[in-house]
Design a protein around this ligand. Structure first.
Ligand code: TPP
Length: 662
């Protein structure tokens, strides 16, 4: 039996010798490679924190001492040491979560997985300990150099450093990378600390040498030590942390478990906030990860453990469609520039960066800064394309509203991983963007249904130079093209199951605005036969589901028109008159139902006095547990058969009790 199997909780580590700890570290690495290669997950970051996590659990006493992992993607080793060694269903439905999970263990406290929050959490928990007089407890936050580029981390440091009695240890896990190498002045500063390891060695040499020197030795050492800061700055320019009033220990070899342990013990005994700067390597000990230039296996799909190569070759995905089109666009328009918040490759900007390095800006994990900097770039005469995961735009809401929209800046936000994303759990679903952005004046949102539409809508978006535009699209493989029969207003008609919908008179945008301004209602529909029973309004990638619903309705003798509005904000002026020629309107979106496209359509119909019953299908406003997207769709009833069943029931009710004509 290996050592790892004998560890059922952190205290089982206490009796291990340094040699046994080294053996355990090797076993953990082997376990991680085998297990994560079968399920996919965050392999590289966890290979980098093996010794660091062992040391934390030996020096501190979780859960009495609180561990906070920034982002939480590097918590697998912590899971292994806290009684969770069944990784067979990692990130799968009802299996182990890919991030800390309070439902899983009392050792997990923070599970948000949006970066740069750990120090604020730690600040609050440590403050609570102080207020409650729990002086024997420590809070230990682990934060990567990537997460340290997020502004909130610095807001927290500003608070922590002023609290001398707060028992808080910040372990900086510095591997020099987010996904890609970490950028910016802070990264440069950390790099300087990393390469000037001399200070601690100099100090211990000085201490020994001088203390051996009779009479003058000890006083001289004390003088030197007293002048510590200046000396430190001279040998290792680490001023920043100490200038802020934070005790700094490091840099420490994060793969030397004994060295990390001894630094943590010193930090623990210090009695106030301390930074312990550990140098680690992402992907450490697994050659394919170590040699992987792009991201050292930050996050992997299922791979062959021996080679590190993917088991399945991925089909064309939304991300690479965007990436290719950006390059084409970049060649045509010199004013188009790209911004990423530390996710160059995951959002598909790699090819653009290769061809246009001077027009690509990685701003670090700094979505708020990305948005405002984009406003500046637009004001400076460029058209920025900010590519983010949909869920991370949440961070920059105020900046999109007050900086980009208020100043009518032509900035395009490309929101990848919109909708249900699945395996990463609640925090990573892109189910908020179309709700929070509904309230932003002037902002337009496109939701492409296939690869062609994504290309087209990116181009339409960058043509808008007086307002923010957003294009949001799904995760993973992009399905086959969904052809349109034609357009009504700006909407593509995907299916005409009843009478010819193209005969509907639609107002132009300006006519519609004039009408709405004058409080006019739509009356063209009065007394006319419905074109079809149901108008299905399909949002983005929900098009195939809507077409399936139309088929299922047709099988029950219910006719349906299916439209894809393409631009879902503002509501297309053609929608109310078209809706007025149907008996029921159904909207289907992969966004939270609260305040989403369904709500906006419903409001637009009310404004136009189109009182056709409407049903809005979308994601319930819940935090969804990790599972495959298809499993989540089934669970929340966002599938063709589920929607069809409810629509059939509604139409049957209407058949039974016809709505009186007003
Ligand atoms: C607000 C936010 N933006 C982007 C991400 C995506 N993301 C996850 S991990 C990561 C890199 C983190 O780098 P670092 O903190 O250094 O940790 P490491 O993976 O190197 O251990 C990024 C950008 C995120 N989780 N949260």
């Amino acid at each position: 039996m290996g050592l790892l199997e004998q560890i059922s909780g952190p205290r089982d580590l206490d009796a291990l010798s340094p040699a046994q700890l080294r053996q355990l570290a090797a076993e953990i690495r082997e376990f991680l490679v085998q297990a994560v290669s079968r399920t996919g997950g965050h392999l590289g970051p966890n290979l980098g924190v093996v010794e660091l996590t062992l040391a934390m659990h030996r020096v501190f006493e979780s859960p009495r001492d609180t561990f906070v992992f920034d982002t939480g993607h590097q918590s697998y080793v912590h899971k292994l040491l806290t009684g969770r060694q069944d990784f067979s269903t990692l990130r799968q439905k009802d299996g182990l979560a890919g991030y800390p999970s309070r439902a899983e263990s009392e050792h997990d406290v923070v599970e948000n997985s949006h970066a740069s929050t750990s120090l604020s959490w730690a600040d609050g928990i440590a403050r609570a300990n102080t207020v409650r007089g729990l002086r024997d407890r420590h809070v230990v936050a682990v934060i990567g150099d990537g997460a340290l580029t997020g502004g909130m981390a610095w807001e927290a440091i500003n608070n922590i450093s002023a609290a001398e009695d707060r028992r808080l240890v910040v372990v900086v896990n510095d591997n020099g990378r987010s996904y890609s190498p970490t950028i910016g002045g802070l990264a440069n500063h950390l790099a300087t600390l990393r390469t000037t390891r001399g200070y601690e060695q100099f100090l211990s040499w000085g201490k020994e040498a001088l203390q051996r020197t009779p009479v003058v030795g000890q006083p001289l050492f004390e003088t030197l030590h007293g002048a510590k800061k200046g000396l430190k700055d001279f040998i290792a320019p680490q001023g920043m942390f100490e200038d802020l009033g934070l005790k700094y220990l490091g840099p420490i070899d994060g793969h030397d478990e004994q060295a990390v342990e001894s630094a943590l013990r010193r930090a623990k005994n210090f009695g106030g906030p301390v930074i312990v700067h550990c140098l680690t390597e992402k992907g450490r000990g697994y050659r394919p990860a170590e040699q992987h230039e792009e991201d050292h296996f930050h996050g992997i799909s299922v791979i062959h453990p021996d080679t590190g190569l993917p088991v399945k070759s991925a089909g064309l995905d939304w991300t690479s469609v965007f990436g290719e089109e950006m390059v084409a666009l970049g060649r045509e328009r010199e004013d188009v520039v790209a911004i990423t918040a530390a996710m160059l490759h995951p959002v598909g900007l790699g090819p653009f960066a290769k061809e246009f390095p001077e027009r690509t800006f990685d701003v670090g994990i700094a979505e708020q800064h990305a948005a405002v900097s984009a406003a500046g770039l637009a004001t400076g005469g460029l058209h920025p394309v900010v590519a983010l995961y949909a869920t991370f735009l949440n961070r920059a809401f105020d900046q999109v509203l007050m900086d980009v929209a208020l100043h009518r800046c032509g900035v395009t936000f490309m929101l990848d991983r919109a909708g249900v994303t699945g395996a990463d759990g609640a925090s990573h679903n892109g189910m908020w963007d179309m709700s929070i952005l509904q309230v932003v004046p002037g902002l337009r949102i496109a939701a492409p249904r296939d690869a062609d539409q994504l290309r087209l809508q990116l181009r339409e978006a960058v043509d808008v130079d007086d307002a923010p535009t957003v294009v949001r699209y799904s995760k993973g493989a992009v399905g086959p093209a969904v052809p349109a029969l034609g357009r009504i207003g700006g909407m593509d008609v995907l299916r005409a199951g009843g009478a010819d919908p193209f005969a509907v008179q639609v107002p132009s945008q300006t006519q519609a605005q004039d009408r709405a301004g004058a409080g006019e209602e739509i009356d063209e529909a009065a007394g006319q036969e419905p074109l079809a029973d149901v108008l299905l309004v399909s949002v983005g990638a929900m098009a195939p589901v809507c077409l399936e619903v139309a088929d299922l309705l047709a099988a029950e003798g219910i006719s349906a028109t299916v439209v894809d509005p393409r631009w879902v904000k503002p509501v297309d002026p053609a929608l109310p008159p078209l809706a007025a020629r149907h008996r029921v309107v159904v909207t289907v979106e992969d966004n939270g139902r609260a305040g989403g496209v369904g709500s906006a359509v419903s409001q637009a119909l009310r404004d136009a006095a189109v009182d056709v019953p409407l049903r809005d299908f979308g994601i319930p406003q819940r935090f969804l547990d990790h599972a495959k997207p298809a499993e989540i769709f089934a669970e929340i009833g966002l599938t063709g058969p589920d929607i069809a069943r409810q629509v059939i029931a509604l139409v049957s009710r209407l058949d039974a009790e016809p709505v009186p004509q007003i």
